[in-house]
Every structure is written in C-alpha cells, then in structure tokens.
Write a protein that binds this ligand. Structure first.
Ligand code: AMP
Ligand code: GLY
Length: 424
C-alpha cells in the first residue's frame, strides 16, 4: 500500500516512522516533509494547505491512505476535499476539527454536555471583553478563538494586563482573525497532562499519557512555545484519574460530537489539568501533539496503520492498543531565540551517530537539505532527541547524553525536561 503523510515536523516524522513498520506499506510519501523524513519517505514539495494539488498528487500516485498530521489543513477542511475526491483519509472533517479550530465552540460543547472545564465567557467584541473584565477575578486567561500556533493564550495577572491583552487579541489583531472571538476563562492551577486518543466517530481508545514542557526556559520561564520536550507515561496519571476521565471526559466528548452531528474520526488530544476539584479539560486538539507523538508513538506496540484503518472504517471497538513498559523522554533542540527571533540555515553535525539505534532516535522538526546536500537547521524547533529506557529517569539521562552528540551553531535546549519526575 502507498501512504501519504501531510506535514513537515517532528510529529510527522514520528508518524512516518511508525507507518514504515507496517510490512504492507510499500511506499511512503510526505508533503512537504523535511530532511529527516526524507530517510523514510519520498518528500513531495506541495504545501499542506494546497488541497487541490495534494488531491491531484494522491490520485496520480494511487495513494491508498492519507494521514494528516497538522492542525491547519484539518481546520481548513482537507479531509472533506479528499473524501469528495474519493481518497481514503485519516483525520476529522472540517465540522469536527472545529473541536480544536474554535475554542469558543469547544467551551460551549463542554458546558452543554457537562464535561469538566474552567468557567468562562465567550466575547465577540473588545467592548464586551472590557465589561467582563470589570467583574472578573485575577489572574485570568484570555484565549483567541482560532488557531494561533499555540500562542493565542494569555495568562493575565492583573486587570491592566488583561485589558492590554484584549487590545492585542481583539483590536490590534495580533493573531489575525483567530481573535475575532475570544474566550475569557477562569485561571486554574494544577499539574498538566496530555492524553492522546484514537476515535472512530463512536469508540475511543486512549494512548499513553504524556507531559509537555511548553515554556521556552528552564524552570518553566519565558514565552510559550510549541513544546520543548516531553515524556511518557506521566507518573501523575493514576488509575483513579484515568477512570474519572473515561467516565466524565473521553467518551462524553466523543458522544457529544456525534450528538451534534459532527462525528469525530481521528486523533483527539486532551490537554488536562489536575485541579483540587479533579481533572478538567484545558483544551482539545484534533491531531497528534508535537512533541507528544515523538514519545507516545515509539512506545506503541500496536500497528499504527491498522489502528488508523479501523478508525476510518468505524471498527475501533475491535482493537486494543498495546504499549511497551519502557518510558520515553524527548528533548527538543531548538534555534536560540525561539519562539521569538532566531537564525536558521546552520549545518547540523552528529546525526549519523544515531544510525541503527532503536532506543535513541532523532526526529526532525525543522531541517532541510541545503544546495550542497548538507542537512541544515530550518526552523525554531530543529530536532527532537528521544530515548527509550525501562524508567523515566534512565530515559532522561540517556536522552540528555544523546543531545551532546548533536552540534549546530545556535543549538538551544531546556535542561530540565522531566524535572517533575523527581517530585513524585
Ligand atoms: P491551551 O492552548 O488552551 O492549552 O493553553 C496553553 C497553555 O496555557 C496551557 O497548557 C496552560 O499551561 C495554560 N492555560 C490554558 N488555560 C488555562 C487556565 N484556564 N488556567 C491556567 N492555565 C491555563
Ligand atoms: N505540544 C503541544 C501541541 O502539540 O499542541
């Protein structure tokens, strides 16, 4: 079978690596891909938002299955376009991808179906927002409604800060049309956990838990990023929490989407926070996380392609997911200055030291070949170094040791990925 993956980051690299393990996959393509993915798949220079070109390519090359990794094309309706063209595709349709594409929609859904989440008000103008702030307690959280590369969330300590935030989001339109509507939300405290799941419209199967590190600097300081590292499983995700989430969050979300006439097929990523009042949903994503995929997929023993096919065919109830007992930890190597301002185009050395290793792997996030055929940095997040080991502590030591084998001019990383393990 021929498989096309859509996206160009570490997440798509992890999807490609998992897909390549299926013996029936004779050819992998990735659009647009990157220099690391190129070792597993033929990279096709078509952008993820060029739906018609991607559909034409899929027809011409008789693609049997398309897996969409990224959020933008999903929210933009790529799955609908492919389905209309008769191409088999894994991911939510536009009317279901709204679960991530509109935070206002997801909050209203949770309220309607009694799924635990922070108290909130949706506002549609700056005036309305200022009025809500008059009656609010601080800190408070402002969220641009639409997709904003994970940056459209502002935590405001004071009313003045919040008013400045409203101006940024709704008047200056820092995040563009994503800020036409805004969610004003109660500030919650607690440990955050990511849980990824497969969904076939009615059945949900959760993958392993993971823990992201969103801030750029050590000790959770600095601006929010797409994620600087991750580990799986999270030791804080207990059986009791799992039971609660199954009853109150996971299946109710899938049922709610079906009841709304928006059956969800694809991956739901639950961003959870463990508050004193129990687990609550911080956000939904309609896709694998990046770098969550880089720690969860290497631990998955069940064949990815089989699960994906079962989701598309609505028979996920026949599948039980299996994971290795090994823990995985990944450290993102970024360009110094990310996520604000950074240089790229620097040659990367040491990648070959990972050749042939199963328990240490470098996923490429932002890399490309330069005109001389060298692999160079090509983004804010450049690589995700992942190690597997029997315990999280060992995986952490191994991953950090492995990062020393990679060199590029402005290499930057956090040194405390997995620090929470020690507080257990
Ligand atoms: P989101 O994109 O909604 O996941 O928000 C990004 C990050 O902002 C989350 O991972 C949290 O760290 C933080 N955050 C979002 N909503 C809240 C909230 N209601 N209370 C506290 N922190 C939040
Ligand atoms: N690492 C968080 C995300 O993919 O949204």
């Amino acid at each position: 079978m021929k498989v096309l993956i859509i996206g160009s980051g570490g997440r798509e690299h992890a999807i490609a690596r998992a897909a390549a393990k299926n013996p029936d996959v004779e050819k992998l393509y990735c659009a647009p891909g990157n220099a690391g993915i190129a070792a597993l798949a033929e990279c096709v220079p078509i952008g993820a938002m060029e739906f018609d070109k991607l559909a034409a390519f899929s027809k011409e090359h008789e693609i049997d299955l398309v897996i969409v990794g990224m959020d933008d094309p999903l929210a933009g309706g790529i799955v609908d376009v492919f389905e209309e063209a008769g191409i088999r595709v894994f991911g939510p349709r536009k009317n279901a991808a709204i679960l991530e594409g509109s935070k206002a929609f997801s909050k209203d859904l949770m309220r309607k179906y009694n799924i635990p989440t922070a108290a909130y008000t949706n506002v549609h103008s700056a005036e309305e927002a200022y009025e809500v702030l008059e009656k609010s307690h601080f800190p408070i959280v402002l969220k641009a409604d639409g997709l904003a590369l994970g940056k459209g969330v502002l935590i405001c300590e004071t009313k003045e800060e919040a008013e400045a935030g409203v101006r940024e989001i709704m008047e200056v339109k820092k995040f563009g049309d994503a800020g036409n509507t805004m969610v004003i939300e109660e500030f919650l405290t607690g440990r955050e956990i990511s849980v990824l799941s497969f969904v076939d419209g009615k059945t949900i199967r959760t993958m392993a838990s993971a823990m992201d590190h969103k801030r750029a600097g050590d000790g959770d300081t600095g601006p929010n990023t797409g994620g600087m590292g991750n580990f799986s499983p999270s030791p804080f995700y207990t059986e009791e929490i799992d039971r609660f989430c199954r009853e109150r969050i996971y299946q109710p979300t899938v049922d709610a989407m079906a009841a709304e006439g928006r059956p969800f097929v694809g991956v739901i990523f639950f961003g959870l926070i463990l508050t004193e009042d129990g687990p609550k949903v911080l956000e939904y994503n309609a896709r694998f996380g990046d770098p969550e995929a880089q720690v969860v997929l290497p631990r998955m023993k069940t064949d990815l392609i089989e699960v994906v096919e079962a989701c598309i065919d609505g028979r996920l109830d026949e599948i039980e997911l299996e994971f290795t007992d090994d823990a995985a930890l990944c450290v993102v190597l970024a360009s110094d200055g990310y996520p604000v301002k950074y240089e790229k185009g620097f040659p990367i050395e040491g990648l070959e030291t990972f050749d042939g290793l199963e328990d240490e792997y470098v996923y490429h996030s932002g890399t490309k070949f330069d005109s001389e055929g060298r692999i160079v940095t090509n983004g804010g997040r450049v690589l995700a170094v992942t190690a597997l080991a029997p315990t999280l502590q060992e995986a952490r030591a191994k991953a950090y040791k492995a990062t020393e084998r990679i060199h590029f001019a402005n290499k930057y990383m956090r040194h405390d990925i997995g620090h929470a393990i020690d507080e257990q």
